[in-house]
Design a protein around this ligand. Structure first.
Ligand code: AMP
Ligand code: MG
Length: 326
């Protein structure tokens, strides 16, 4: 853990931030906390730096990255913004909302970030350490989640170190994150607003603000948002979904080799049981619970209770479903 540096979330040490920013300006990788999950940051305007993200994560090159900015104005030199985009930024930034916008012609964004698409995904994270780091670097940061591709997202510095180790020059450790799931991604390139990925900002809040329901891309999904094509979020365990209206026995698992996570205390003596007191804490804890059970050699399977698809529950369902799919 030699490259892990503790930093106070509310009062980040500016000398530490300056050191991290200088690594980023020199084209290196720094992992940092956001309110959603830990990100693996590189200078978002440097093609060579961005390539290092794909190498460190083992990420497919056709899966584009989100650019993280520290103020709304910064987006003006990256993307075309209509009034709807500006209104959404005013309402929900900083926060867990990523906007997919048309790229500016002659844009300074390298094709490595957008995977060659004519759009770019941008968000402003709600975390003092992330904002200070972006500001000190002076460029937007490209930052996917700081895990090996396909694995559960990291919600603390330990998980980043476990997955990436020396593959990242510095990990800024501000403790566990608040939300625990990635940002909500919406596409604003057409007349209708498309929900590309449910996430930390509940769809209901967006719909109330927009005054209309969000559309989903349907069959077009993997073309519009290549990231949705890949297996994701999966620990080295057999992940099974339990819908509370079904009998647990129907899952046919061996309780002594299985863990359980969810909102309902199960009537079965599983090897490990983690019951959360709210869907928010379930979302915050799901990835760390996967990693915790994975580190237990005797645990082969994890049963995840299927949450209601409301609020953060919609995003939590999406992550559990992808973790369970093989
Ligand atoms: P992550 O791997 O958690 O950083 O997720 C980034 C998500 O944003 C993936 O689902 C990407 O497919 C999506 N994304 C990034 N850039 C774009 C873009 N230009 N158009 C559509 N989706 C994007
Ligand atoms: Mg990810």
């Amino acid at each position: 853990m030699s490259n892990v540096v503790k930093i106070d979330k509310w009062n980040p040490d500016l000398a530490v931030i300056a050191g991290a920013a200088s690594i980023l300006r020199d084209g290196g990788l720094v992992a940092f906390p956001t309110e959603t999950v830990y990100g693996l940051g590189a200078d978002g305007l440097g093609a060579d730096a961005v390539k290092k993200i794909f190498a460190a994560k083992g990420r497919p090159r056709d899966n584009p990255l989100i650019l993280h900015v520290c103020d709304k104005q910064e987006t003006a030199r990256l993307a075309k913004r209509d009034q709807r985009a500006l209104d959404l930024m005013d309402k929900f930034w900083p926060g867990p909302l990523t906007l997919v916008l048309p790229l500016l012609e002659n844009s300074c964004v390298p094709k490595e970030v957008t995977a060659g698409l004519s759009t770019v995904a941008i968000r402003m994270p709600d975390h003092p350490v992330a904002l200070a780091l972006i500001e000190a670097t002076g460029h937007p940061l490209a930052a996917p989640s700081a895990n090996r591709s396909g694995r559960p997202s990291p919600t603390d510095a330990w998980a980043v170190d476990f997955d990436l180790g020396e593959g990242v020059s510095m990990v800024l450790d501000a403790g566990s994150v608040d939300i625990g799931l990635e940002s909500t991604v919406i596409d604003l390139t057409g007349e209708e607003v498309l929900l590309l990925r449910p996430g930390g900002l509940p769809a209901e809040k967006l719909e109330a603000f927009l005054g209309s329901p969000l559309k989903t891309p349907g069959a077009d999904a993997s073309k519009r948002s290549p990231g949705t094509r890949y297996r994701h979020y999966a620990p080295d365990l057999d992940v099974r979904i339990w819908d509370k209206k079904d009998a647990l026995g129907a899952l046919c698992v061996t309780p002594s080799e299985s863990g359980f996570i969810g909102l309902t205390k199960p009537p079965v003596p599983f090897r490990r049981i983690i019951v959360f007191d709210s869907v928010q804490s379930y979302a915050r804890g799901v990835f760390a619970s996967f990693r915790d059970m994975e580190s237990d050699d005797g645990c082969r399977c994890v049963i995840a209770e299927w949450p209601e698809p409301e609020g953060i529950g919609l995003a939590l369902r999406d992550r559990i479903r992808r973790a369970a799919s093989v």
